[in-house]
Design a protein around this ligand. Structure first.
Ligand SMILES: [Zn+2]
Length: 242
């Protein structure tokens, strides 16, 4: 209840107005999927890479959807694999052209990193990403402004297996990490370039499926929320980043 009182008046009015609009003839009113289901959004960064095809097969086996934050120069090298990700119904997000830390770049350089990547993803898949993740999670006002121009939300993730740490690269350990940090509504940051992450995934998907989780894309997770381009989502982190 305390949370409700914090909703600004304009937003509260918009919500009331939205719920008051009668459904169009023939339209089926449906609550966003994740309002009625236990959802988790797995995300895989830095591809397309050597293990993308294996990863897609594992996701398919568990009827899992996920989000791939791809690097522009890798999409250029692997347009067919990128197209396969999209064809499989997985979501693709922009993770810059060459994974430079954006806080080290000028506004124009950041613009080019993001713009070139949008173009190459569109070329490979026919779709324009609406999600962005900054390398290393490093963002500034320029990143916010530019992603807003491209109509993208920023998705840093809410939890991470931290598979970028060399000592963590053990299949059993990463399986345990993923299960430990999983929470309804979480956006889990992993890397599709890490072999042990790919190998841990069948056990992770099996266990979380048994726990009643649905594996959804970030866009499905955010469905029903008002998304302001350039801003960071999920708005309220379900837990502290571990
Ligand atoms: Zn990355």
């Amino acid at each position: 209840m305390a949370v409700r009182r914090l909703i600004p008046l304009a937003v509260a009015c918009a919500l009331t107005a939205a719920t008051a609009v009668p459904a169009q003839a023939g339209a089926v009113e449906r609550a966003p999927f994740c309002e009625t289901h236990k959802c988790i959004a797995l995300t895989f960064d830095d591809g397309p890479a050597d293990y993308t095809t294996t990863l897609l097969a594992t996701l398919k086996k568990y009827k899992a959807k996920a989000t791939f934050f791809v690097i522009g120069n890798r999409v250029k090298k692997h347009p067919k694999i990128t197209a396969e990700i999209a064809k499989a119904g997985q979501e693709i997000g922009n993770h810059t052209w060459d994974h430079k830390y954006l806080t080290d770049l000028t506004y124009q350089q950041i613009y080019k990193e993001i713009s070139d990547t949008q173009k190459i993803i569109k070329e490979a898949t026919g779709k324009v990403p609406v999600l962005f993740r900054a390398p290393g999670g490093l963002r500034n006002g320029g990143v916010e402004e530019i992603t807003a121009k491209f109509g993208m939300a920023q998705i840093p993730g809410t939890v991470a297996t931290k598979d970028f740490i060399k000592d963590y690269r053990d299949v059993e350990f990463l399986t345990g990490r993923a299960l430990e940090i999983a929470e309804p509504g979480a956006v889990v940051l992993m890397h599709e370039t890490v072999k042990e992450t790919i190998e841990s995934l069948p056990a992770v998907l099996k266990d979380l499926t048994e726990q009643g989780y649905h594996f959804v894309t970030v866009s499905t997770l955010l469905e029903g929320q008002k998304i302001i381009p350039g801003q960071v989502y999920p708005e309220e982190l379900p837990m502290a980043v571990d």
